[in-house]
Design a protein around this ligand. Structure first.
Ligand code: SAM
Length: 266
């Protein structure tokens, strides 16, 4: 179970460093935008997890919507988006858990969009169902999210370090769904798929410490309720195993990010 207070704290802290390390996130957001066609149905847009506002500003400049509602759980992220989108006066900012959104005025949207955020949700099926109810008939749902196999090297090295030290094998991060499961949730929530694809990105780091520092700066810290205790011995072995087993010819450390891209219609 993901603790939302931890998620908020991690992203509040990472805001000043986020853009420096967000190369992959930008690449993903650009790909996501390229999936959607400008078909004149994007007057009212809801964005979940706006972060520092890269996608928000691209949408406002490129699609010129009448209104965009930008939601993020982190206050600092919202402030950062406000700064980046200073010249767009059609954005409403809401600091809230995007998983439990409700609007008293019962407003509906032509498009719900989100990039690299749903992996922080506890119950994505319920969220998908809820977004379906908030989208106008004929409206669209466009998103990317990290799925199963993201940081598979870290999970494998950690498991081995736990076995060596006779510790119960726990995951050093939240459980990520596979693509099949996410598609099943989307169908059950009522969406009709227009297009979707899955991509793996292998990113390299100079050392294990470099990897750890960089993912922490991107807000990717363990936000599980049952975070558990990682002994110094396990941490030491984790680093050793990772560096030995998951490096390339140049001795760079590798980390896999698995990304699912989707566009569907109500
Ligand atoms: C990895 S960042 C992605 C930000 C941006 N969409 C991008 O592509 O750069 C994830 C963002 O989702 C936000 N977030 C995480 N869980 C959330 C939730 N339950 N509701 C709303 N925002 C959330 C975080 O605060 C963070 O800004």
């Amino acid at each position: 179970m993901i603790n939302k207070a931890f998620v908020q704290k991690h992203f509040d802290r990472s805001v000043s460093q986020y853009d420096k390390g967000a190369g992959l996130h930008r690449f993903i957001a650009d790909k996501l935008l390229a999936m959607a066609s400008l078909n004149g149905h994007k007057k009212n847009i809801l964005e979940i997890g706006c972060g520092t506002g890269y996608l928000t500003s691209m949408i406002c400049s490129g699609w010129n919507p009448e209104n965009l509602t930008a939601v993020d759980i982190s206050n600092n992220m919202i402030e950062s988006t406000k700064e980046r989108c200073l010249f767009h006066d059609n954005i409403e900012f809401i600091r809230k858990d995007g998983e439990r959104l409700s609007f008293e005025d019962g407003r509906k949207f032509d498009l719900v969009v989100s990039s690299s955020t749903f992996q922080w949700f506890n119950d994505i099926y319920s969220s998908f169902k809820h977004y379906h109810s908030m989208i106008e008939d004929g409206g669209e749902f466009l998103f990317s999210m990290f799925v199963e196999d993201t940081f598979c090297e870290l999970f494998q090295a950690f498991e081995k370090a736990c076995v060596i030290n006779k510790r119960p094998a726990m995951k050093p991060g939240q459980k990520l769904f596979g693509v099949g499961k996410v598609r099943e949730f989307l169908r059950a929530a009522g969406f009709k798929e227009k297009d979707s694809f899955f991509e793996k990105h292998v990113v390299t780091f100079s050392s294990f410490d470099d990897l750890r520092e960089k993912i922490k700066k991107m807000g990717f810290s363990n936000s599980n309720e049952d975070i558990g205790y990682i002994s110094k011995r396990v941490a030491f072995d984790l680093k050793k195993i990772y560096a030995a087993e998951f490096c390339n010819d140049k001795k760079e450390i590798q980390a896999t990010y698995s990304v699912f891209y989707y566009i569907g219609k109500k």
